[in-house]
Design a protein around this ligand. Structure first.
Ligand SMILES: CC(C)(COP(=O)(O)OP(=O)(O)OC[C@H]1O[C@@H](n2cnc3c(N)ncnc32)[C@H](O)[C@@H]1OP(=O)(O)O)[C@@H](O)C(=O)NCCC(=O)NCCS
Length: 218
């Protein structure tokens, strides 16, 4: 077992593409224990990317459930009432998704996505209003705590801003430590409902377009 006492982190950005790498050294400051580099890329409409998004949506909605799931289950997953609103008819205006890919193994490591929901979608955790995209995020278990989730959040925030959205929202349960990650990335709690209802968080992206989200009630 290693105890990390230092971590070096770097990131280069080019619009939608992020390249980040991290190196950990052990207590003696001698060995490089692990290096990781990944690329955040817009998800395509390929079957593989879409299947991965469905699995990651499941992990995001049920973070404490058994994972990984057996392959071939995506049709079942997609019909679950918590998943269907996110995945049905993917490709609607406002749908955006990014996938982090290991630059060496080319494996998918995590994903982030957002979607606009119509008014009266209060049943979707994190829903604020029909012009604020609501996001979901998940990183594969073995790839967590390397900064991938942060890279994905930065990519989506940048893309959403460039698309003219002025805010992003999300729903998270009070006991999910992902809250701290969101807070570090500028998300602010909008409501604190009674546990275990999800908390709604919102990040202000600035005022590139007039979406008048500030008048919406979260
Ligand atoms: C939330 C999630 C996407 C973060 O991805 P990540 O690649 O680990 O994110 P980063 O490495 O950029 O940041 C990690 C930070 O997130 C927070 N965090 C998220 N989940 C955590 C957990 N289970 N335990 C401890 N910290 C956690 C911590 O602040 C952590 O900081 P640290 O590494 O310094 O302790 C990932 O943990 C995940 O997929 N969780 C399961 C699905 C889920 O809960 N999705 C969100 C639903 S609202």
């Amino acid at each position: 077992m290693y105890w990390w006492d230092s971590m070096w982190f770097s990131e280069e950005r080019d619009n939608f593409m992020h390249i980040a790498s991290a190196k950990w050294t052990n207590l003696n400051r001698i060995h490089t224990i692990q290096t990781a580099s990944w690329l955040v890329w817009p998800a395509t409409h390929s079957e593989e990317d879409q299947r991965y998004l469905t699995y990651m949506c499941y992990v995001s909605v049920f973070p404490t459930r058994l994972y990984p799931l057996p392959m071939g289950e995506e049709r079942v997953i997609q019909r679950l009432p918590q998943i269907a609103p996110w995945r049905n008819e993917w490709g609607r205006p406002g749908d955006m998704a990014f996938i982090a890919i290991d630059t060496i193994t080319k494996k998918r490591l995590g994903a982030i996505w957002c979607r606009l929901f119509p008014e009266a979608s209060d049943f979707v955790p994190g829903f604020c209003s029909s012009n604020i995209p609501n996001l979901g995020i998940a990183v594969d278990t073995y790839a967590r705590h390397r900064g991938i989730g942060g890279s994905l959040l930065r990519s989506l925030k940048q893309a959403a801003y460039q698309q003219g959205y002025t805010a992003l929202s999300l729903g998270v349960t009070a006991k999910n430590p992902a809250r701290f990650l969101y807070e570090r990335h500028g998300f602010k709690t909008q409501n604190v409902p009674a546990y275990p209802d999800p908390i709604t968080m919102l990040v202000d992206l600035g005022a590139k377009a007039d979406k008048s989200y500030k008048n919406s009630i979260c």
